[in-house]
Design a protein around this ligand. Structure first.
Ligand SMILES: *[C@@H]1O[C@H](CO)[C@@H](O)[C@H](O)[C@H]1NC(C)=O
Ligand SMILES: *[C@@H]1O[C@H](CO)[C@@H](O)[C@H](O)[C@H]1NC(C)=O
Ligand SMILES: *[C@@H]1O[C@H](CO)[C@@H](O)[C@H](O)[C@H]1NC(C)=O
Length: 436
């Protein structure tokens, strides 16, 4: 095992002789730590996704993860009654599933870390409810009679939007082998993710980061990643905000023309006991001007530090960084590829196709093109929104990579990134003696 002295000399040598762009610290020898298994419980609004990872270390000391087990466990924890035993029963069931799936002798379970990470759905509940849920989750998982796996304070938490962005960024760059090579900073990919509730951006800028910096240490190298999560800028919430905006502009109307919905589409909703009917106007340029309300930067006087992208949100310039995007944007691009018969649509092409699509009639789109009624109007809105959002963030159309896979590995969520982050943190903590 490398002694602490060797380590110090190594650091010193770097300070004297090194001309490194990145701060390098030596990492712990592999054999001296844990069992190379970890469990992530991704607690979303409608389910908890159970993922068990195992890993070995590659030649450059970067863990190579294998997803050993995946299961979507419904319902979501926020649907449970916090004042009963429901949360305990729920977590007992999850733990029993893991125990059955792990091909590891029970004596070693206590060395396998387990994490419970809640996301967007939980961020939208009121504080008292989330507080009660998280207290209960912590109590249950700390109880060694219920949970035989390694659980410490902080292992169960609600991720901030920025943490979620960082974990997604780590996932994308991990799959792209960025950490495994002697890459220069320029080889990193940026991340943009547009969910239902929020939209995230994360990247390593060329310029210094004045705010929103999330540090991560992977295989002994430190990365300063700029991360921001735009709450309420996810596609579902933007649709709601468009409706609210139109209602505010026409406070006495019972029927409201929504330019972001297709002609022939009609949705009824109630507001203060009044039934309001949203009728599709199918007008792309009007829809874009509504969207511009949400996406414009603040007056420069109101922006500090500078520059700002949307409203008063500071963001260092993206310059020529390439960005990867998955999830909604992938499915949207795929729908438009079906609609236009062109599966190599550029983002500029997507906007042009969306403008044309928005002029179509709802029943034609559903009956002839076979688009699901749920997405018929949403494709119009999202097809206009996504390119506008990217452009508001300063990202050039040509620099966006849309996909479901990187290097043949499918990018489903942020959870590999979370495992990587936690595994590296643990490895470093063990090494520096901050922990048992
Ligand atoms: C939509 O198209 C259908 C069939 O072509 C037609 O009957 C209907 O009137 C159209 N609706 C609108 C709002 O244009
Ligand atoms: C919406 O409400 C109006 C007026 O009550 C009604 O005529 C219409 O059929 C409703 N549309 C839908 C889609 O439910
Ligand atoms: C959209 O609305 C604007 C303003 O009302 C109008 O000038 C324009 O012709 C409309 N475009 C379409 C495609 O209907």
């Amino acid at each position: 095992m490398a002694s602490k002295n060797t380590f110090l000399c190594f650091i010193l040598a770097l300070h004297i002789f090194g001309n490194f762009k990145l701060n390098i610290i030596e990492t712990l020898p592999i054999e001296s730590y844990a069992d190379n298994f970890g469990i992530i419980l991704d607690a979303g609004s409608s389910s908890t996704k159970i993922r068990i990872y195992s890993w070995t270390y590659g030649p450059e000391n970067v863990p190579a993860f294998i997803e050993e087990f995946y299961k979507k466990f419904s319902p979501g924890i926020s649907d449970l009654d916090v004042h009963s035993k429901e949360i305990e029963i729920y977590l007992r069931e999850i733990i029993s599933i893991i125990e059955q799936e792990l091909d590891i002798i029970p004596e070693r379970w206590a060395t396998i870390p387990i994490y419970f990470m809640a996301t967007a759905g939980m961020r939208l509940l009121d504080e008292d409810t989330t507080g009660a849920i998280m207290t209960s989750v912590n109590q249950v998982l700390s109880d060694v009679d219920i949970n035989p796996f390694m659980f410490e304070e902080g292992n169960a938490r609600i991720l901030s939007g920025e943490e979620e962005a960082l974990f997604a960024w780590l996932t994308v760059n991990y799959f792209n082998n960025y950490f495994a090579s002697t890459s220069s900073l320029d080889d990193s990919l940026g991340l943009v993710e547009i969910g239902g509730g929020s939209a995230q951006i994360a990247f390593i800028p060329e310029d210094p980061i004045y705010a929103g910096k999330m540090p991560a240490t992977i295989a002994g190298r430190e990365y300063g990643v700029y991360c921001h999560s735009f709450l309420s800028f996810g596609a579902t919430l933007i649709a709601e905000r468009i409706a609210e905006h139109l209602i505010r502009e026409n406070p006495h109307a019972h029927t409201i023309n929504n330019p972001c919905m297709l002609k022939g589409d009609e949705r009824n909703g109630t507001l203060n006991d009044k039934i309001i009917s949203m009728v599709g106007g199918g007008n792309a340029s009007l829809c874009e001007s509504v969207l511009r309300h949400f996406l414009s930067p603040a007056d420069p006087d109101m922006c500090s530090p500078k520059p700002c992208t949307i409203g008063q949100v500071y963001q260092p310039p993206v310059k020529d960084r390439k960005f990867f995007t998955f999830g909604l944007t992938y499915y949207l691009a795929k729908d438009f590829a079906t609609i236009t018969g062109d599966d190599s649509l550029t983002w500029q092409g997507l906007r042009e196709s969306a403008i044309e699509y928005c002029g179509k009639n709802y029943s034609d789109v559903v009956d002839t093109l076979g688009i699901s009624p749920k997405f018929a109007s949403r494709n119009c809105q999202d097809g206009l929104y996504v390119p506008m959002l990217l452009s508001a963030l300063g990202i050039d159309y040509d620099n966006v990579i849309v996909g479901k896979q990187i290097q043949g590995q499918s990018v489903k969520s942020w959870s590999v990134g979370a495992m990587l982050y936690e595994e590296e943190r643990l490895r470093y903590l063990v090494f520096s003696g901050n922990q048992v």
